[in-house]
Design a protein around this ligand. Structure first.
Ligand SMILES: C[S@@+](CC[C@H](N)C(=O)[O-])C[C@H]1O[C@@H](n2cnc3c(N)ncnc32)[C@H](O)[C@@H]1O
Length: 279
């Protein structure tokens, strides 16, 4: 057993404390200790027997206690990687999910590197908009959200990444796009039904980022119906949605007159992203 106030001793204590609440208790304890130490995680293995200061131990204990209650690690450390980009996240924004990278992949597959007007609706941390802006420096990417605090986080991320081809606008879904037309509109809108029991596990994330109403389809339907006024002929709409919503989303795209409606599955085989072209 390692001495209790050394790096190794604190890690052992952390693993034990998180084992009931996390499937990755070792990794989580390492991330939290590194964060409390203000060091990269790679510092830990070579410093097993180094004693840790009282103030750092107190910071670590507090982080462990919050993690054990279910608070997401990304909010505790203030960052999450998306598309290999380090993004700052706060409780004002959804923590970007790996599945959302599928929406980014589809956008990049649909248009080459030539200049294009692109909009990311409900940008949150800026994840999709920034991944596209970094991959396609000649695209002009408008990132919108109804929430001013979320836009502040997204703006900060754009500044830190030096992304100059993204601009931000606050408003309700297609509202900020008024008078403009785009080659590509992408969105990962809220799509969890209001009474879905899964919401309990997501309780630390902003409700407005998760659920748009009783059915979960309200925001998706609005975007499908309102996007054509803002799509250039041949422009694409790319939507992330819940695993059980692909048929409804495809049906509403066909009913609204879109062509080439196609759905894509994530790595777990669940249909999660649907694209369609405005003829
Ligand atoms: C599921 S989150 C997606 C965040 C980010 N795009 C991502 O993929 O990580 C949905 C986002 O839509 C925003 N939102 C919710 N209702 C909206 C509305 N009526 N108009 C614009 N944005 C909205 C939320 O504030 C939130 O940032």
């Amino acid at each position: 057993m390692a001495a209790p106030d050394t790096v190794r001793g604190l890690l052992e204590r952390g693993w034990a404390q998180l084992v009931g609440s996390s499937e990755s208790s070792r990794l989580d304890a390492e991330i939290l200790l590194a964060h409390a130490l203000r060091r990269p995680r790679s510092y830990l293995p070579a410093h097993d027997n180094v004693p840790v200061e009282e103030a750092t131990i107190a910071r670590y204990q507090s982080l462990l206690a919050r993690a054990a209650q279910g608070e997401p690690l990304a909010y505790l450390t203030g960052e999450r990687e998306f598309w290999s980009l380090p993004l700052t996240v706060t409780p004002d924004v959804l923590i970007p999910r790996p599945e959302t990278e599928l929406a980014v992949e589809r956008c990049l597959a649909l248009r080459d590197a030539a200049p294009a007007a692109v909009a990311d609706l409900g940008t949150g941390s800026g994840a999709i908009a920034l991944a596209l802006a970094v991959e396609r420096p000649l695209w002009h990417v408008m990132a919108t959200d109804c929430d001013a605090s979320a836009l502040q986080v997204a703006r900060g991320n754009a500044e830190r990444l030096g992304a100059r081809n993204v601009y931000f606008s606050q408003g309700d879904w297609l509202g900020p796009l008024q008078g403009r037309q785009f080659d590509l509109i992408v969105s990962n809108p809220p799509y969890v039904a209001a009474h879905d029991p899964a919401l309990h596990a997501l309780r630390y994330e902003p409700a407005a980022a998760l659920t748009p109403g009783v059915s979960g389809l309200e925001a998706l339907r609005r975007i499908v119906l309102q996007a054509p006024a803002h799509l250039l002929p041949g422009g694409w709409l790319v939507l992330e949605h819940g695993a059980g919503q692909a048929a409804e989303v495809a049906g509403s795209l066909v009913d609204a007159g879109y062509a080439r409606v196609r759905c894509y599955a994530d790595l777990a085989g669940r249909d999660r992203v649907t694209e369609a072209q405005w003829p």
